[in-house]
Design a protein around this ligand. Structure first.
Ligand SMILES: Nc1ncnc2c1ncn2[C@@H]1O[C@H](COP(=O)(O)OP(=O)(O)OP(=O)(O)O)[C@@H](O)[C@H]1O
Ligand SMILES: [Mg+2]
Length: 392
């Protein structure tokens, strides 16, 4: 049995027809109908206006069977327009039923109106109704599932943003440790000089200057992080090299502490169009992984090298480390799947999944990973690239 995240008690189905006999026959023919073990809740309407009311009152109607000719010759088609264009409901499956197919040829109606099926009334035997209804509800379920997965994916990206925010706050705390220690030392010195009557103007000014320097450094750190996390409101052109430099500004302290060298080379000023924060997030996930593996394995002379070049109008960004490489079982694609991690409880396995998602969906690019002699190499390919300079 298929799975559907939307499981109502019954499937709401709207039957719109001005002939009472047709309503009754339909009701009778579908009396025993079940899909995923759920029966139908048939809602009748005998005019366009009544159907509009019922649709408003029941937003979860999954299928509507609509007669074309009712109070007007094209009432049913107008109802279709109302559902799609005014209610903006593209989920409900619409089946047109007409007693005069000659007046409204199938091909023309399907072409012009956003319906999902077209049936002549005399085609609608019990079997035919069963098949039409099953296909329609199945189509509706597929759309609901798609919506559900999109929402789930959005939620995942939000969760991962929150978790990297946590990481960022950890880094700020880390970067503030040193200036805070220094300021506490300076205050101690000041106190001692004062109590031993050694506090002359020169000393005092030096204390003040050293304190201001530390405060400036701390506020600079906060500004860097704020700029880094600020969500982009719109897509814009940004300089790839500068964007990557800002990542290293943020990661500098942590990389130095772990004794990891880094280098960034770019042949030119390449520009990309898109949400810069998303791009940085995607790359930071790769760099964080390299940092994790280099510090975990305590690699001497650990490095992360980024090279940017242009080949066939594609920006190629290579991110290489010497951390021993990716577990072969995860190559070439497994490591990009969600929840794939070799870090036990320390990893969520979402990092590279998000990275791939951003590169493919926001930038139309591609990402691949391979091992080289001493480590891993991630290659990002971005199409439609511009070369130039933009003012900040
Ligand atoms: N540079 C690398 N060297 C070696 N293995 C890597 C490297 N980058 C990624 N991997 C492998 O790919 C797996 C998936 O990476 P991913 O970033 O998706 O998740 P994670 O790092 O385990 O968890 P999270 O990013 O949520 O903290 C990692 O667990 C690791 O085994
Ligand atoms: Mg990771």
């Amino acid at each position: 049995m298929r799975d559907c995240c939307y499981t109502p008690d019954k499937w709401d189905v709207l039957i719109v027809d001005n002939e009472i006999d047709i309503l009754n026959v339909t009701k009778f023919a579908l009396f025993n109908f079940k899909y995923m073990d759920k029966k139908l809740n048939l809602i009748n309407a005998s005019s366009k206006a009544e159907a509009m009311e019922k649709l408003k009152a029941n937003p979860n109607i999954s299928v509507a069977f609509i007669d074309i000719i009712m109070e007007e010759n094209d009432s049913g088609l107008k109802l279709v327009e109302y559902i799609r264009k005014e209610l903006n409901n593209y989920k409900i499956r619409l089946v047109i039923r007409t007693g005069q197919p000659g007046d409204y040829p199938e091909r023309k109606v399907i072409e012009k109106y956003e319906i999902n099926d077209y049936k002549s009334k005399d085609e609608l035997t019990e079997d035919e109704l069963f098949c039409t209804m099953t296909t329609a509800i199945r189509g509706y379920c597929d759309l609901i599932m798609l919506e559900y997965y999109k929402e789930l994916e959005h939620q995942l990206i939000q969760d991962s943003k929150m978790s990297s925010m946590g990481e960022m706050i950890g880094m700020i705390a880390h970067q503030w440790q040193q200036p805070l220690n220094l300021m506490s030392l300076i205050t101690g010195e000041l106190e001692m000089s004062h109590s031993s009557n050694n506090l002359d103007v020169f000393n005092f000014e030096s204390f003040i200057n050293r304190t201001y320097n530390q405060i400036h450094y701390m506020s600079q750190t906060i500004n860097d992080f704020r700029g880094f996390l600020k969500p982009d409101r719109e897509k814009k052109l940004f300089n790839v090299k500068k964007s990557l430099e800002s990542i290293f500004t943020i990661l500098d302290v942590i990389l130095k502490q772990k004794n990891i060298k880094y280098a960034l080379n770019s042949e030119n000023n390449y520009l990309l169009n898109g949400y810069e924060t998303e791009f940085k997030q995607a790359v930071i996930n790769i760099i964080t992984n390299a940092k994790d593996v280099l510090s975990e394995k305590i690699i001497e002379k650990g490095f992360i090298k980024i090279n940017i070049k242009l080949i066939n109008n594609e920006i190629i960004i290579s991110i290489k480390d010497n951390g021993g490489g990716v577990d072969k079982r995860l190559l070439p694609n497994k490591l990009f799947e969600n929840y794939i991690t070799t870090k036990g409880l320390k990893g969520t396995g979402m990092g590279l999944y998000i990275t791939k998602h951003v590169i493919e969906n926001s930038f139309n690019g591609k990402i691949l990973c391979k091992n080289w002699k001493r480590g891993a190499e991630f290659i990002i390919k971005m199409p439609n690239v511009k070369v130039g300079i933009i003012s900040d």
